[in-house]
Ligand binder design. Sequence first.
Ligand code: CP
Length: 311
Amino acid sequence: MKKYIDISDIENVSKTIEAAIALKKDPFQFEKLGKNKTLVMLFFNSSLRTRLSTEKAAKNLGMDVVILNVNDAWNLEFEDGTIMNLDTSEHVKEAAQVISQYADIIALRAFSTLKDKQKDASELVLNSFVKYASVPIVNMESSIAHPLQALTDAMTIEELKTTSKPKVVLSWAPHPKALPHAVANSFVKMMQQIDVDFSITHPKGYELDSEITKNILINHNQEEALKKADFVYVKNWSNYLDYGKVVSQDSEWMLTKEKLSTAKFMHCLPVRRNVVVEDAVLDSEQSVVIHQANNRTFAAQIVLKKILENL
Ligand code: CP
């Protein structure tokens, strides 16, 4: 693997999931692979799980890890040909080349602005590092993708499924703040790569990017959509058509124990209790969110391993 920007960078999804599950059973079996190699992690936005699990994954492979909260450094410029007489002090052209001298792999997180759909879709920050860095780049959640989360989610479904082709439903849920589409986008793409019966439920007007969902069944009746589900993956996203707006906080869409029925509950975390999902779900044995968060380490580890093997 040369980079991990999107799930399309995975050559064979099912073998990669199998390999991640094997790493979970024996996390230190490749502890010499990353000796004298450094992972530099750049955070333009905050994180709990991605930061800790990716660092742990790198250390399991014997790598050194350096972390920079980019907002503690200079404001970087990403536009070409800008007269930099305002608040940006360093261009990504220099920064990416400099950081590449300290790193064997760069992982970075840079969320969408949710203000400019075209700009977010262009993945300016991520793609600038891909363009100007001389080492492989790992996406730790960008404007429109969260491929480490999606690999984790597929791994979790593979581990916990009780039928060969489980029914998986992605359900929108209310949230007071405008949230990005990255998790939902990557989850939808990943569900098309594994053997599941997949559908989406959301209120009318909350369509995701139609390019991503064009082959997916969408049901605007949540109760009907969730019937006989094996896994219910709940996630809020802000409006895509009226870009970045919160046009509904309809509490009717919160996931309840009754709606979950016998399914397993998935969420990428962090999650707002009794807004997105009720306590009775999160505190039940049907919730697999902690299991899912644990798998973040092994999804990151298999990605770093594949990149290290290709250096
Ligand atoms: N799911 C996820 O990416 O968690 P963090 O934002 O805490 O990294």
